[in-house]
Design a protein around this ligand. Structure first.
Ligand code: URA
Length: 201
């Protein structure tokens, strides 16, 4: 598929995500939140689930956690506009509870199709739920490091960090996230310093 076909397929997939009734979370949503970002993003970020603001607007990370995320990305020199940002589940769980295993499984094919279409080199998982889709170790041990993963026949550099909302419960994690994002940007610059794609995201 060329890039135009991939973009078209992604738009079609977004329409499917916005109208599907296949997940146990669908009846609770105002809007599904497919995610957003360029079709050729090098970096693909995965959060947990939409919250109240995201559910209202239909876009990822637009509430309080999103404000922290935007600030930490900018400080690290990572441009949000160049990142594809989505969540492990596309509909808000009631009272913002953690998504259950069956809900994660129901939404997984959407995430996998997004990965296939965007074809990023790097995946940054935000928090234990998104990280758990790929690795089973505790986030405290593995955050801020790179893990080559093979997923559905494609290779990715997986970089787990904490979820931005964790900062509101445990403020010291803010510094960890900032450090991790800086580390991620350095790794990305080193891996493609002259990619010709502009600033390294
Ligand atoms: N938290 C998430 O995990 N995702 C969002 O989109 C917003 C808050």
């Amino acid at each position: 598929m060329d890039i135009k076909e991939r973009r078209k397929a992604l738009e079609q997939l977004n329409r499917e995500i916005r109208t599907t009734e296949h997940c146990p979370l669908c009846p609770y949503r105002t809007s599904a939140v497919p995610g957003e970002g360029p079709i050729d993003a090098r970096l693909f970020m995965i959060g947990e689930a939409p919250g109240a603001e995201e559910d209202k607007i239909g876009r990822p990370f637009v509430g309080r956690a999103g404000m922290f995320l935007d600030k930490a990305l900018a400080e690290a020199g990572l441009d949000r506009e160049k990142i594809f940002i989505t969540n492990a589940v596309k509909c808000r769980p009631p009272q913002n509870r953690k998504p259950k295993t069956d809900e994660l499984l129901a939404c997984r094919p959407f995430l996998d199709r997004q990965l296939e279409l965007v074809q990023p080199e790097w995946i940054c998982t935000l928090g234990a739920v998104a990280t758990g889709l790929f690795l089973k170790e505790s986030l405290t041990k593995i955050h801020g490091k790179l893990y080559p993963v093979d997923h559905n026949g494609r290779k990715y550099q997986l970089f787990p960090t904490y979820h931005p909302a964790a900062v509101f419960r445990v403020p010291v994690l803010g510094e960890e996230i900032r450090k991790d994002f800086k580390q991620l940007r350095e790794r990305m610059v080193k891996s493609a310093p002259h990619s010709g794609k502009g600033p390294p995201q």
